[in-house]
Design a protein around this ligand. Sequence first.
Ligand code: AMP
Length: 702
Amino acid sequence: MEDLFSSVNIDADIDVNSLSEDDAKVKIDSLRKEIEHHTYLYYAQDKPEISDGAYDSLMRSLRKLEDAFPQFQDANSPTMRVGGYVGEAFAPVQHQVKMYSLDNAMDLNELDDWMKKVEDEFGEFVPLMCELKIDGSSIALTYENGQLVRAATRGDGTTGEDVTANMRTVRDVPLKLRAENLEGTIELRGEVYMPKQSFETLNEAAVAEGNQKFANPRNAAAGSIRQKDPTITKNRDLATFIYAIADVEPVSSEVQSQESLLNWLKSSGFHVNPDVKLCTNRDEVKQFCKDAIEKRDKLPYEIDGVVVKVNDFNKQNLMGFTSRAPKWAIAFKFPPEEKATLLKDITVQVGRTGVLTPVAELEPVSLAGTIVSRATLHNLDEVRRKDVRIGDTVIVHKAGDIIPEVVGPIMSARPDDAKIWEMPTTCPSCGSEVVKDPDGVAIRCVSAECPKQIHERFVHWVSRKALDIDGMGTEIISGLIESGLVHDVADIYKLTEGEIASLSRGRQNVEGEDIRVGHTIAGKLITAIEDSKKQSFARVLHGLGIRNVGENAAELLVQHYPVFEELEKASTDDLSKIEGIGPIMAENIHSFFKNVQNLDLIHRLQTAGLCFDDRERISEAQSGDQPLAGNTYVLTGTLVESGLSRDEAGAKLKALGAKVSSSVSSKTTAVIAGEAAGSKLTKAQELGIQILTEQDFLNLIK
Ligand code: AMP
């Protein structure tokens, strides 16, 4: 400590000009070391030994020296936590080891079921590590020879974004690992989050500056690491909790379990969440979850559940992964949060098929991290069943923390003048009469000219899962419809750049002139429109918006009828024979293609060059040698001879067209039993399923 304070004084006294190059190098090195040490104490240990002011003073001294002796600049110096500007967009990063999601247990019973499954797998309870599920953004940090070289977001799990410059500004991320002599590449994973307090401050500042608020700390964290200017990220006060390693190999002598990994991470300088417990029975795990719910509000950061992981890495390997998530871990999700708030009004939304949906307009309330001011009431029956009235205080909750829903009114708080709501008898958009579906609860506007329906049909057509026309937002759609340039989606393909460029955005500048779309955006939009012609027939079919036909049903239909002309001819009977297409949907599809207006639209889309034939796409997907297609295998035990993990063995089977399942049933073709095979082998014997040895398996994949 004595030494330290003499260093702190450098700032005031240092005369950089009088220093020789050698002396400067010595001082720079010692300052860097010192600062890293205090960063570690402050962030990883929560035990700072010097004041913030003293820390800043050290930093200023280092900066002064580095400015005077630029030959000693180093990308990993603590002063470099603010990098240069990140390019136009973030470079893609291919994850060498996939970044998985987690399967969820929505309550303690589901958690118990998962724990029983793990127990069955090993024939006994295996120790489970419980960790808090931090509600931030997933991050991967790659170190080469101990130096931070890359930080990447999870992205889609396979490809993330390179956010290195921004993550360097996050002060608890070590730029250098503390472990000595660590050669090669090592990738650590965790969560970057924004503490609740910093989130509040950020939003207060946003309001003061007239900017939009962030909905929750998770969005704020994710948004902050994707800033083009790292100085913004730096000022966002982010922090991390690191809890995983992509490939344990380089440290496998010290780390063989989640518990030893967490210890290793701590000693390497990472910030590790202290709230963990290695549990030795199911009750302990459940108690940890209950305690986490209790302490949730008191923690300085948001959590949305508990992650339970098989502790032993060998056992994790035996269990393997599904395509989405590890089988050796589960996220216990907290029950949805509920809050009481005032129901100020009930308004009506008109959807693309004309359905009128009542929407609760609420006094804004903060729920599970987001501000909720509207919630769907689904339909009139639902409003009656729940007996919600305008002026009521209602309970709002979030199902799975995503969609807000009105649970019902608090009767004791109902004011005398609470108003019973009535569904309008005419469409709020076009004034036409509305009718109730004969076969359901929906009330619809059936006018073909209803502007809201037309607008929503465009919104659906351009949406990501349909034709994915990037940049055609609601403003532009409204402009196109109002200017009479488009009447239906086929008209999109006749638009010129000039027509789009001169569209009004529906807003005015300070001089009171209309703001136009302009040529830059129009040019991009024309390219996106052109690109949409390459989308599959399945997407076009989804985009047409046939009632009840979503993304999956559209795919099912083209698998059976890959060419439009065949689909058009299919009878209701033919269609309902397809597994997954019910009689009502079949009827809707059939009558859609009987309608002359729809056929005319399709004809114009065909002329415009959209795809109505998926034969090539389907045969490409099916090509490749698939001798095991139609067979389902279950792997159990360890494959000793080949040394293949279950994941690797499964991948080989799948490459030959087989399905690999984790449980034995009458549909299983055969069980491949390695050494120490457990309950799955017994079950296969009971069911009389064929059992293959490892040698049989190796012959099979030859
Ligand atoms: P989800 O995004 O809901 O699929 O949940 C999976 C995500 O939870 C992971 O990708 C991590 O980003 C995050 N997570 C937060 N805390 C933990 C933890 N302690 N262990 C594993 N994953 C965690």
